[in-house]
Design a protein around this ligand. Sequence first.
Ligand SMILES: [Cu+2]
Length: 161
Amino acid sequence: MRRAIAYLLLMLATSPALATELRVTDPWVREAPPTAHVMAGYLTLHNDSAETRRLVGVSAAGFGMSELHRTVMAEGVARMEHITNLPIEAGATAVLEPGGHHLMLMHPSQVPGAGATVAIELQFDDGSTLQFDAPVQRRRDGGQRHHDHSGHGSHSGHHGH
Ligand SMILES: [Cu+2]
C-alpha cells in the first residue's frame, strides 16, 4: 500500500499535465444598451499549476481598451477601482462576478448584443495568455448589487472622445 502511494506521488510529480495550467470556465459579458461605453465581463479562473499566477492584463476584440476592475463598497456606495494584477494561488480559483472583480471592456467599436460572443485574451505575469469566447448574456443574478458604469462615460471624455 505504501509503495503504491509512493508510486502515485512520483507519477503526480512528473506528470506534464500538471505543468502550467490555467483554465477559464463560465465566461460571459453582461448585455448593455447599444449606446454603452463599457461592458463588464465575468468568469471563473482556475489555477491548476503549482505556482501563484497573476492576471496582469486583458484585451477584447472590438474594444479599444480593457482593464481589470474590482468593485468595492465604501460607506454603502459601490465604486470601482482599476487593479493592475490579480494573484491566483496554486490550486485556487478566482471568481470574477457582479459586485466583485470584473473585466471592464471599454470603447466598443460597436456594442455586441445578446447572443453574440466577445473574443477575450487574458495575460499573465509569466507571459502566458488564455484566449476564449465569452457570450453576451442578460443575467438577473447579482445584477442589483452591481453599480452602474456611468462614471466611465465621462471618464472617456478625458481621452478626447
Ligand atoms: Cu468596472
